[in-house]
Ligand binder design. Structure first.
Ligand SMILES: C[S@@+](CC[C@H](N)C(=O)[O-])C[C@H]1O[C@@H](n2cnc3c(N)ncnc32)[C@H](O)[C@@H]1O
Length: 291
């Protein structure tokens, strides 16, 4: 197949694209320096024993001492929103960011080279609008992560009955009604896994999941018994796209255990952390019902 170089016109559908000129530009040169060669990454020892896995730890994920370094292939989570849900403390923004940074550093430690951290977050409020996604990029890059993409999780199709439009049919104070949340995708040290493994994603799902907008209906809080669960289906899509069969999947804010169920359904091992005894119990119960 012919290769094109970076040009004003992009590449045609049938040509593969040589992007080296783009990545050699000053835009990229000094921003990200942490990519390691696959050869070097393969020298980093990945622990094989798993006796700490397939457990829910009822502890803060700021210190995941039970998990050894370089052991986890993929972490997927939605952090506490700090907006007054049952489990939320009333933290100031800086205190909240410190928590997310501490957890990000721990996730970085336990991820294997080329391991991914996918963080589900919604932006908040309107007066002002708090762009959490933007703050979370800063926090995770500070912890050492390389950003590798962003998925818009579209939870509803629109016209969803919400009437929080600010001023009706007037430019006085119209407000946007969010139909979406974000999945921020980060990686440790490399954009490709240096090791080989079995992928179980179908052709059609791969085509769909590599598009940056995902349509997945939300989960019912009442049904699950947690105020802010994400759907198991969302976690399954992340898991099949970003991990191999038999990998270990971590959720550092596991809530009702949705990520763990998704891992088990897809022949992966899991590990979850939550500080709430109540949610640890719900997660264990849901997992046991699945087993
Ligand atoms: C948005 S919820 C996660 C919901 C989960 N994705 C689900 O599907 O059920 C965030 C969770 O973080 C937990 N949490 C808050 N601070 C924590 C900490 N320091 N360490 C571990 N978990 C924490 C809360 O108890 C809450 O269950």
């Amino acid at each position: 197949m012919a290769k094109t170089r970076t040009s004003s016109f992009g590449a045609g559908k049938r040509e593969s694209h040589d992007a080296s000129l783009f990545y050699d530009r000053n835009l990229y040169k000094h921003l990200f320096s942490k990519v390691e060669s696959p050869k070097k990454l393969l020298q980093i020892e990945v622990p094989q024993a798993r006796k700490w896995a397939n457990k829910i730890y009822c502890e803060s994920s700021e210190n995941m001492k039970s998990i050894p370094d370089n052991a986890i292939a993929l972490a997927f989570t939605s952090p506490p929103y700090n907006v007054g849900k049952d489990y939320d403390d009333d933290m100031g923004l800086q205190q909240y960011f410190d928590l997310l940074l501490n957890v990000a550093k721990e996730v970085y430690r336990v991820l294997r080279p080329g391991g991914r951290y996918v963080v589900n977050i919604a932006n908040l409020g309107r007066k002002p609008y708090i762009p959490m996604n933007s703050f979370l990029y800063q926090i995770h890059m500070q912890a050492g992560f390389l950003p590798m993409g962003e998925i818009i999780w579209q939870k509803a199709k629109g016209a969803n009955g919400s009437c929080a439009w600010g001023s009706w049919k007037s430019a006085k104070a119209p407000r946007l009604r969010d139909l979406h949340e974000y999945l921020l995708v980060f990686t440790k040290l490399a954009y490709a896994r240096p090791d080989r493994g079995e992928s179980d994603i179908s052709r059609d799902e791969f085509m769909e999941s590599t598009l940056s907008v995902w349509n997945v209906p939300p989960e019912s809080a009442k049904r699950v018994g947690h105020p802010a669960p994400f759907p198991v289906e969302l976690a399954e899509r992340v898991i099949r796209l970003y991990s191999y069969v038999n990998d270990i999947i971590l959720d550092p804010f596991v809530g009702s255990g949705s990520t763990c169920i998704a891992a088990l359904k897809n022949k992966r091992d899991y590990v979850g952390y939550d500080i709430s005894k109540k949610y640890c119990a719900i997660a264990r119960k849901r997992i046991n019902q699945f087993l």
